[in-house]
Design a protein. Structure first.
Length: 80
């Protein structure tokens, strides 16, 4: 799946791009699940804190929504 075609604001191959790709496959994931899957599926060796920061930036920009511990793609962002 080539996310940047649908979401041109994300740089292809970036950590945020991979997070969006994971969340298009799964309805919602926790920070720990995202961290583990990024390491396993994309061989990303960033720290847990770096992944958490990327998630918080995606939440702050309205791309993701956080519900308790789960993150999911914002419906409002998709509609925009």
């Amino acid at each position: 799946m080539d996310i940047p075609i649908f979401f041109p604001s994300l740089r292809k191959g970036s950590t945020k791009d991979h997070i969006i790709e994971l969340l298009t496959k799964e309805r919602s994931l926790t920070n720990q699940q995202i961290f583990n899957r990024l390491k396993k599926e994309f061989m990303i060796s960033k720290s847990y804190q770096t992944i958490r920061q990327a998630l918080m930036e995606l939440v702050d920009t309205g791309i993701l929504e956080k519900n308790k511990k789960d993150y999911k793609i914002s419906i409002e962002w998709i509609k925009a």
